[in-house]
Design a protein around this ligand. Sequence first.
Ligand code: TXA
Ligand code: MG
Length: 322
Amino acid sequence: MDRSEPQLITDTFTDVEAAAAVLRTGGIVAFPTETVYGLGARCDDENAIAKIYQAKGRPSDNPLIVHCASVQEVARVCRQVTDTAKVLLHHFAPGPLTVVLHRQPWVSDRVTGGLDTVAVRIPAHAQARKLIQATGTPLVAPSANQSGKPSPTTWQAVWEDLHGRIDGVLMGEPTQFGVESTVVDCTVSPPCILRHGGLTYEALAEVIPDIDPGLVQGELAKRSPGTRYRHYSPTAQVVIWEIGQPFDENEQAAFLGLQAPAEIRQWPYVMEYEEVADYMRGFYEALRQVDRLGIQRVYCQRVEAIGLGKALMDRIERASAP
Ligand code: TXA
Ligand code: MG
């Protein structure tokens, strides 16, 4: 889908009430959550939802997550909150969890991409929750990036991608998790993880021991449209790097990881994170910074795909896909 030409005046807000007023009257406003910044619209406003797809250049069959302030609100969007979903929401909401359930008939095809299911989440972030409450309806909100780019973890990154295309940005702190929510399909038994994210498989499995950790690629693409598209990609080439792998001695590139080898300390951009959680929190912003600096290639250290490492490796692999 083509992106529209910039033609809006984008306001920056510190006041939740002011941002909610714009949403109530059909505007689209970006806001912080604990995962990444989202681009919000009222979930019952077809025109505003269409503007989201336009602003991002998002394929129209890629459905949106409905952000609710409470479990009661989830029940108004979904035909039935299944027992599994109840258990998951009880343990992990509010937080970086999205559940997929059958939709209520009033939820439009524009939200669900024509599916008979809807993805719902209750964010933990205080500004996000206040914004939903002040608007008075749940908010649909994809990540507030230009489609295909790394998701924004700062309001400045939202501005970089979308100013002139959206009505406003509610300014907040950099986000806590730095990758998106974990999406769990609760319409199947056992429930199945469609996207790894801020809530780990291990934490989910403590509560639902038979939860399916994920489908093989082809099947996943049918059930979770977002996984079909190229994602999270900077302009720079992303290369997965393993400890011990040598570098070309003439190369000047960027490095992200847990241990930077001594021979690359002089590179123009080297980010060494203490823990996987820090690497994950900083990952998208680091990719953006590599592009701002005009660096052509970024080496990303592989981490073990356990705990948060699963979501991080998923994003690194997608970013590095040709
Ligand atoms: O953390 C997050 O989830 C962030 C913040 C803003 O809340 N939002 C986010 O939205 O990442 P987005 O639109 O970038 O990703 C939504 C993902 C996509 O992969 C989409 O295909 C999937 O959720 N999805 C949405 N509705 C679905 C449905 N009914 N069935 C299966 N997958 C669905
Ligand atoms: Mg996204």
